[in-house]
Structures are given as C-alpha cells and as structure tokens.
Design a protein. Structure first.
Lengths: 126, 370
C-alpha cells in the first residue's frame, strides 16, 4: 500500500524526489492513526527545512502532532489544497494530500530513510 | 495504575465493528469506529450507540441513605422522587471536587453513577464519609452492571419498539425499570451529548443482547456506534464538564459554572463552608467558552494570555464538528470573562486570538418530551 517511489521516516512522513525537487507528505498509516484531519499548519515558501526537525503541525479532531521534515532544503511550493481542505490528507495522503515541494540541499539525505518495504514492516511492528 | 487493563462485556463486539481499542481509565475502550466526524454527526442528526460499561455504579440503601447522600454530595437528594435523577458532585472539605456523578432515586435505593477513572477514589472517600451514617449501606455494583447509551434525536424512535414500557412518557432526568430487547433494564433519559437520549443499565450478561437489538433497530434510522473521541467533542459542544479537565481537585463547582448543583438549602454537608463562601463572595475566576478568531485548534492545558501576561488556561479544546470552527473551554479571571472579551491562546508556541462566546456552543431544539 505504501508506494515504492519514495522514502519514509519513523515519524510517518514520506519524501519523493523527482529531478531537483522533493515532495513531502504524511503516510496513509499516519492519517489513519490521526483520524479526521481538521487543520494543517505549514511553513511559507522560502522557509528552510532541516531533516528530522519539525516544520509544521497537523491537528485531527482528537489530537495535535508535529510534522518532521524527511529532508533538508528550501520550500518552493505549499499545497493550498491541503490548507484549504485538510480532509484531503485523509482521502489521498500519497497523492493530492501532499504538503510541500522542497529544493533539497542534499538529496542523498533521503537514502538514509526507510524504503516502502522497510516502512511497511516498521508500521506492522509499532 | 499498574493493574491490568480491563475489558467490558462488549469488547469483542467493538472489535467486530471495527472499533479502534485504546486504554482509557484502566479499560480497553473504542476511541472510534468509522471516524469521529461521522460519529459526531450521527448523534446530532440521527442516533449513536456507545458502551459506557466502564463507568462506576454504586448503590446506596438503608434508613440513613438520604442523610448520608445529602452529607456527602452537593445537590439536594431530598428533592428526588422515586424514578428521578439529578446531576451532583462529590466535594472535598475545601469545596474542590472528588468527582461528578448522576444520582438516581429508585424504589428502594439510590444509584450513584461515577466516572470510571475515579471509582476507586470515590469509594474510598465515600466510605470514609459514611462512617457517621451506620444505617446506610454502600455497594459497588460496577462489575455486574453494563451501561449502553443511545443518544440523538432518533433515540426514542429506536428504543420504542424494543421496550415494554412507554418510552415517550419517560421525562428528561427520569428513569424506569423496563424490559429492553428481552433484558431487564433500568432506562434513564440522561446523557452526555447535548441531545435527547437514553442510558440503559443492564446486567453484564445482557450487554451484547441489548447492544445488538439497538444496533439492528437503529440502523435504518442512521444509528452507528460512537466511540470516546466523538463523545468528547459532543460533550464539549454542550459545555458538559469532564473530570480532570473542567473540574478536579483544583477547582470548585461555583467557578466551573456548576453552582446550580450545590444546594445551600439543605443541612450541613462536606465542603459547605467553603462553597457557601464561594457563592457569597463570587469566584475569582470562571469557566468560559471561547472560539478562535484565527486558524488553529486549542488543546487542554494551553495557557491563556491577556496583554502578554498569562491569566488562565484551556481545560478542553477541539475543532467543533457542528459549528465547523475551533472552540474551547478555559478558566480566566472574572474581569476577562465577559462575552466578546478577546485574549490569546498559546498554541504550539504561537499566540492565537480567541474570543469569549456564549455557551453551550450547541443547544438542541427541545421537543415536548424533554
């Protein structure tokens, strides 16, 4: 169920690198655990992200969680579809529910993250 | 607490229905089934079914039952006719709160329903208070009692064909012995959602039978099972206090807006002196409802700032599924409690503007029966 064209963090974010840009979002497992998402707080275009550091937050009806960046870089695009209608994150976390597009400062950082298979095992265990 | 997590008689039923089971107050309970928004809206528009079997039930009987209850609880139990109920509080001597509860007067005894998280503490405290009332008897019947709640505007319609007594004549905060789905039950028109509805007490062995009868009967009317998460948003919209949040051993009923459940027209009772003074002088702070004027979701324990100074804190906060906006409850000094007063709530290191609004956030249109 986890697409194998991207890498995964222990905090349940994903990153997909295409050319010189990286797209960031949260996993299906994460949205399922959170329940109905009602608010997503994202940084603005131009903000700097550091790998494994918080870059925003996500609120479901029940709870609030930090979002951790899978990669370092500069934000070049914020998905307004997600901030306008946070339910998109529940409906399509790997597709239309993406959150940020980033210009990575070191794309090789992603190599250290989990593959889809590894993440699948990780979520079964946790 | 390190005791093993317990299961209600409906544990397997919840799993079969897709309930996500989480530890809550020492029990494994369903936090949600299909989704908190859907469950919340089902209760507002149709009906929802919840397992409350984790809650505590204490029976009080004996010649001094009434004198004991009027000493150990804040409300006036003498006002109860058989078959009626009242919201009440178990106070500490200093006027703060051991627990909140519903007291039912039955034919030959009283039934006190308390929070699952507080059962052990309540029993310890009440047994201590009961020492002065040797002709009163207290019995913890929590283990043999299951409790199922059906809440929402369609509740009466769902229950009517399953019950051998006329449900329509049962008034709000009244209770009657009846047969429900073939099981002997105490049916109370009470709830914790701001909707019409019923809380049905049955023996543990009858829980699944009654649950399935209600589920089957209610399905065509939109009834779905409702977990703890939706119950929390429902009670918050209705401004109903949750122990450990709006009320605790650090708060008193008067500042919590529950002064109506403290009767000074009866004799001496635990905490009377403190509560009488609090009522006479007025509380220094007050529980208010607020909505956010900016994006964000308030959460319990976040600080409330006025002009850069912390003046209070949030007790509960959520995104209101009915109003489609972030709402919360919190304590602020009286001078900042007036409607329309604005202050800031520190949400994840960021001040977010909020405004005091009228509560409850949600109030149903009451029908003739309630």
């Amino acid at each position: 169920m986890n697409p194998d064209d991207r890498r995964y963090t222990q905090e349940h974010e994903w990153v997909r690198i295409e050319g010189d840009l990286a797209t960031i979002g949260i996993t299906h497992h994460a949205q399922h655990q959170l329940g109905d998402v009602v608010y997503v707080d994202l940084p603005e275009v131009g903000a700097t992200l550091n790998q494994h550091q918080p870059f925003g937050s996500i609120d479901s009806v029940k709870t609030a969680s930090d979002l951790f960046s899978p990669i370092s870089g500069e934000v070049v695009e914020v998905n307004s579809a997600v901030t306008d209608d946070p339910a998109v994150v529940n409906a399509d976390p790997f597709g239309q529910g993406w959150m940020l597009r980033v210009r990575p400062s070191d794309p090789a950082e992603a190599d250290a993250l989990m593959t889809a298979d590894q993440y699948g095992l990780y979520t079964q265990e946790s | 607490m390190h005791t093993a997590t317990r299961q209600t008689p409906l544990f397997e039923t919840h799993r079969e229905l897709g309930g996500r089971m989480v530890p809550f107050a020492g029990w494994m309970m369903p936090v949600q089934y299909t989704g908190v928004l859907e469950e919340h809206r089902a209760v507002r528009s149709g009906a929802g079914l919840s397992d409350l079997s984790h809650m505590g039930e204490i029976e009080i009987s004996g010649e001094q039952a009434l004198s004991f209850l009027n000493y150990a609880l804040t409300n006036d139990a003498a006002k109860l006719e058989p078959g009626s109920a009242q919201y009440t509080l178990i106070p500490y001597t200093d006027g703060t709160i051991v627990d909140d509860a519903i007291l039912y007067r039955l034919e030959d005894r009283y039934l006190l329903v308390v929070n699952a998280s507080n059962v052990v503490k309540d029993l310890d405290w009440l047994r201590h208070q009961a020492l002065g009332f040797p002709a009163s008897e207290m019995r913890d019947v929590s283990d043999q009692t299951a409790l199922v709640a059906i809440q929402g505007p369609c509740s009466e319609e769902v229950l009517r064909p399953l019950m051998d007594a006329d449900v329509a004549t049962l008034g709000y905060y009244h209770a009657a012995q009846a047969t429900v789905g073939g099981a002997s039950a105490l049916v109370a028109r009470t709830g914790y959602t701001g909707e019409d509805g019923f809380e049905i007490f049955v023996g543990s062995g009858d829980a699944t039978r009654v649950w399935h009868a209600l589920l089957t009967q209610g399905k065509p009317l939109g009834l779905i099972p409702v977990g703890l998460a939706a119950r929390d948003t429902l009670r918050l919209e209705a401004k109903m206090a949750l122990y450990g949040h709006e009320i605790s051993d650090q708060t008193n009923p008067v500042e919590a807006g529950l002064g109506w459940a403290v009767s000074l027209e009866k004799g001496d009772f635990v905490g009377r002196e403190a509560l009488e003074r609090e009522k006479r002088l007025g509380p220094a702070r007050k529980l208010i409802g607020f909505e956010l004027l900016e994006l964000g979701v308030p959460r319990a324990e976040q600080p409330i700032y006025k002009d850069g100074v912390q003046v209070g804190f949030v007790t509960s906060g959520t995104y209101s599924p009915t109003l489609n906006k972030p709402i919360g409850l919190g304590y602020v000094p009286i001078r900042f409690s007036r409607l329309e007063t604005e202050f800031d709530i520190l949400i994840r290191y960021r001040p977010v503007r909020a405004r005091v609004v009228r509560t409850p956030f949600y109030k149903r249109e009451r029908g003739a029966s309630s």
